[in-house]
Ligand binder design. Structure first.
Ligand SMILES: Cc1ncc(COP(=O)(O)O)c(C=O)c1O
Length: 362
């Protein structure tokens, strides 16, 4: 069992792994230079690997982990990816495609037959489930099985679900990527990413890429992330219970036209998510009557929830995603909510009041 403590218990030694604030090490030892690794990465990688069922590698950010996976593909490789994948993933894919580095086929990842049809002749299937921010659910088992039959490796961005709710490697994926920044670290105080794979060759290719391209995490950030992961189960339990309750109440609110939360029985991916996940998570999106101005007014009127981008922290964050360049396909009135661990009645009072203020303006 991975303790994340970075070594054997020795009487009188600290129970936490020591943070090596060192770029270099005395010569001729097990370690030589900070870009190659350190004891805190080892401990965090051990924990992430154990949670996902593979071997972990930490990167400077989630996007650095995503870039490492994409950059280890050959030039001209064909990548099948969700049309509503995380904005940064789509941006990176578009950038690589614009320089003929990769070719990209965008699909509706919830449509398994169409996605597998697009995998014919492809070199990689990129999955995200639930997707950010549309909350679509991909059938990861069916996609991994179908892609494997076509000889196409599968990568899953598991940031929204976390390994506590979904373990893609068990479902047949080859690599899992994470924005550790989000739920794993959990306190909105650092930026970090990770890959996990059970394939030793892929692990070594990604490790080499990290060393050569230098997208490395700081040891202090890794220590904070390790501390965050220790409370992930309790944070997630609370946040996901809050999310389920807020989704239920938002769905019944007259100012709300649609709620996207896989735990809601009317979500198109509800049954699949119930089979595939060990919980529906702490992310939800909702749309308001009146579109963008009303959604902006909701975001401007909250007092407890925080109007900010990002997700996965202990505090509830919300934002209208369409405001970002590249989110044109997201409904203009869609508000994404990363539900935190506050008292659910306080959260609902805040949201209900903000919806009331917004309805008055709309
Ligand atoms: C699903 C998902 N994957 C990856 C990332 C990128 O992670 P980072 O911001 O740590 O680079 C994000 C960031 O929002 C995300 O939401």
């Amino acid at each position: 069992m991975a303790s994340g403590r970075g070594g054997e218990a020795v009487a009188g030694s600290p129970i936490n792994v020591a943070v090596p604030l060192a770029s270099t090490y005395h010569a001729d030892g097990a370690r030589s230079y900070g870009r190659e690794g350190n004891a805190v990465w080892d401990a965090l990688e051990e924990v992430l690997g154990a949670l996902e069922g593979g071997r972990g590698l930490v990167f400077a950010s989630g996007l650095a982990a995503i870039a490492a996976v994409l950059e280890t593909l050959p030039v001209g490789a064909v990548v099948v990816a969700p049309e509503d994948a995380y904005l940064g993933t789509r941006g990176l894919l578009a950038d690589l495609a614009s320089r003929d580095r990769l070719r990209v086929r965008l699909v509706d990842i919830a449509d398994t037959p169409a996605t597998l049809a697009a995998c014919d002749g492809a070199d990689l299937l990129w999955c995200e489930s639930p997707t950010n921010p549309m909350m679509a659910i991909a059938d990861l088992g069916a996609l991994c099985g179908g892609a494997r039959a076509l000889g196409v490796p599968v990568v899953v961005d598991n940031t929204f679900a976390t390994p506590l709710l979904q373990r893609p490697l068990e479902l047949g994926a080859d690599v899992v990527v994470h924005s550790v920044t989000k739920f794993l670290a959990g306190h909105s105080d650092l930026v970090m990413g990770a890959t996990v794979t059970a394939d030793p060759d892929r692990w070594e290719a990604l490790r080499q890429h990290r060393s050569l391209h230098g997208a490395v995490a700081g040891p202090l950030e890794a220590f904070l992330a390790l501390r965050g992961v220790r409370t992930l189960p309790v944070r997630l339990d609370r946040a996901q219970a809050n999310a389920a309750e807020l989704a239920r109440r938002l769905a019944a609110h007259p100012g709300v036209s649609r709620v996207r939360y896989p735990g809601q029985a009317d979500h198109p991916g509800h049954d699949l998510a119930a089979r595939q996940m060990d919980g529906f998570g702490a992310m939800l999106s909702f749309e308001v009557h009146g579109g963008a101005p009303v959604a902006d007014a909701v975001c401007g009127a909250v007092r407890l929830c925080v109007h900010a981008t990002s997700l996965g922290g202990v505090e509830t964050l919300l934002e209208r995603r369409h405001r970002w360049e590249g989110e044109e396909a997201t409904p203009p009135g869609l508000v994404r909510v990363s539900v935190g661990i506050e008292d659910v009645e306080d959260l609902w009072s805040d949201l209900e009041a903000a919806l009331g203020v917004a309805a008055g303006l709309g």
